[in-house]
Design a protein around this ligand. Structure first.
Ligand code: PMP
Length: 444
């Protein structure tokens, strides 16, 4: 069955597919952090539907809520009309928002995908400020539609010269504070400080020749870019500088939100509140949902300015509401913080025995393991060259050992672990054992 499914898919689908190619599993059932394939093998899932499944697969509370909604006679789709399901979802989301946005934010449903919400955030920033430019950061990932791709890192489709088929928005790209591979060659806090100084100079120096941008967009922990947490001091400095210069701060919490990083939102680690917060993935409890939450004074859109047919699916709101509530009530952010810290410390221990691991980092259950060429010379800050070829081999060895994980980073040399927040201690141990075994299976 597995071979049949994979073969049929290979013949029917575009060659642009990725997961099907790197993870040749044909999942037929799943529960919690485990997925069973058509071949009968069970895998530990450190992918969680690219981070959508905060509560894991088929969480009983989510399934019960969905069954309840389906059997209730409630309409499945009501465009953006109010429904009891929408009211319950928005009430729950509003009370979980960070800082000044809590209870007061305006919510705008954007469509099924994170990239839809990024588009909306960029467009709202342009509408409100009357300006068009955006500052984004190297290595960022915000989505695949034209506006979102234009503020993402070196996507092949955007082109190194910014002239590729996916380039649209006028964007200035500044260095992200990537401590391990510091863009300034100094590392750590000092590198982060140089990054903010560059932003400040850019916004204040008329000789840069640039009109002030509408917004700065960032991830508090870069996900696809290689799981790179920004220092809290950097986030606070960016918040201060943007506020001083009337530039809107958009924080993309599509991957980091809903407890993933050990706080409900990653920006809360730094006590920073964006002007526009972007959320998707886990906010829909595994069903497609995306929205932006923003300061009431930015509510400048007129009816019809930003609409769409699939904005706010009833079932996604039902699954989302129960997910938000369960993450809060069961303190899953705290669990993610604790479990993530334990995993990172064990991975660092593993790194001391395997020099192919150059860096272990992350926040909560968003963990990155950067693979390097152990025999190559380190650069000025101690980082060795990346090892994308080995990363692919290791990803495959992990899959053979029953561990599904994804690659990311500037050239795909970072193992990314994004397990459900309900990962148990025993499962975390299994993740470590399988990864350690895989490391010995394949030689760097
Ligand atoms: N922003 C971030 C930070 C993401 O990680 C992603 C998806 N990985 C997106 C936006 C785009 O979301 P989607 O794939 O749902 O369009």
């Amino acid at each position: 069955l597995r071979a049949q499914l994979l073969d049929r898919q290979a013949r029917r689908e575009s060659a642009a597919r990725t997961y099907a190619r790197t993870l040749p599993v044909a999942p037929v059932s799943a529960a919690g952090a485990e997925v069973t394939g058509a071949d009968g093998r069970t895998y530990l899932d450190c992918l969680s539907g690219a981070g959508t499944l905060a509560l894991g697969h088929n969480h009983p509370a989510v399934i019960a809520a969905l069954h309840g909604a389906l059997g209730s006679g409630a309409p499945l789709h009501t465009l953006d009309m109010i429904t009891p399901q929408k009211d319950a979802f928005t009430t729950e989301l509003l009370r979980r928002l960070p800082g000044d946005l809590r209870d007061d934010a305006v919510l705008h449903f954007c469509g099924p995908a994170g990239t839809d919400a990024v588009e909306a955030a960029l467009k709202l920033a342009r509408t409100t400020t009357g300006r068009t430019g955006v500052v984004a950061f190297t290595g960022a990932y915000h989505g695949m539609t034209l506006g979102a791709a234009s503020v993402s890192g070196p996507l092949r489709m955007r082109g190194a010269d910014g002239q590729g088929p996916a380039a649209a928005q006028p964007v200035t790209r500044l260095p992200y504070p990537y401590a391990y591979r510091c863009p300034f060659g100094v590392g750590g806090e000092q590198g982060a400080e140089l990054s903010t100084r560059l932003l400040e100079t850019y916004l204040t120096d008329p000789s840069s020749g640039m009109a002030p941008p509408a917004a700065v967009i960032l991830e508090a922990v870069q996900g696809e870019g290689g799981v790179i947490p920004a220092p809290a001091s950097w986030l606070r400095a960016v918040r201060r500088i943007t506020a001083e210069h009337g530039v809107l701060l958009i924080i993309d919490e599509v991957q980091t939100g809903i407890g993933r990083t050990g706080r409900f939102w990653a920006c809360e680690h730094a006590d920073v509140t964006p002007d526009i917060l972007v959320t998707s993935k886990a906010v829909g409890g595994g069903l497609p949902l995306a929205l932006i939450a923003y300061r009431p004074d930015l509510d400048t859109w007129q009816p019809g300015d930003h609409t769409g047919t699939f904005r706010g699916n009833t079932l996604a709101m039902v699954a989302g509401e129960v997910t938000l509530r369960t993450v809060a009530e069961e303190q899953l952010a705290e669990h993610a913080e604790k479990t993530g810290a334990r995993l990172r410390s064990a991975l660092r221990e593993l790194a001391s025995r395997h020099p192919v691991i150059g860096d272990v980092r992350g926040r909560g259950l968003m963990i990155g393991v950067e693979l390097v060429q152990p025999d190559a010379d380190p650069d000025a800050t101690g980082a060795r060259p990346t090892h994308p070829h080995y990363a692919r081999a290791l990803q495959k060895a992990c899959l053979d050992r029953g561990l599904m994980l994804e690659l990311g980073g500037r050239d795909g040399s970072v193992l990314r672990l994004l397990p459900p927040l309900v990962l148990t201690d025993a499962q975390a141990d299994t993740v470590l054992t399988r990864l350690a075994d895989a490391l010995t299976d394949v030689e760097p």
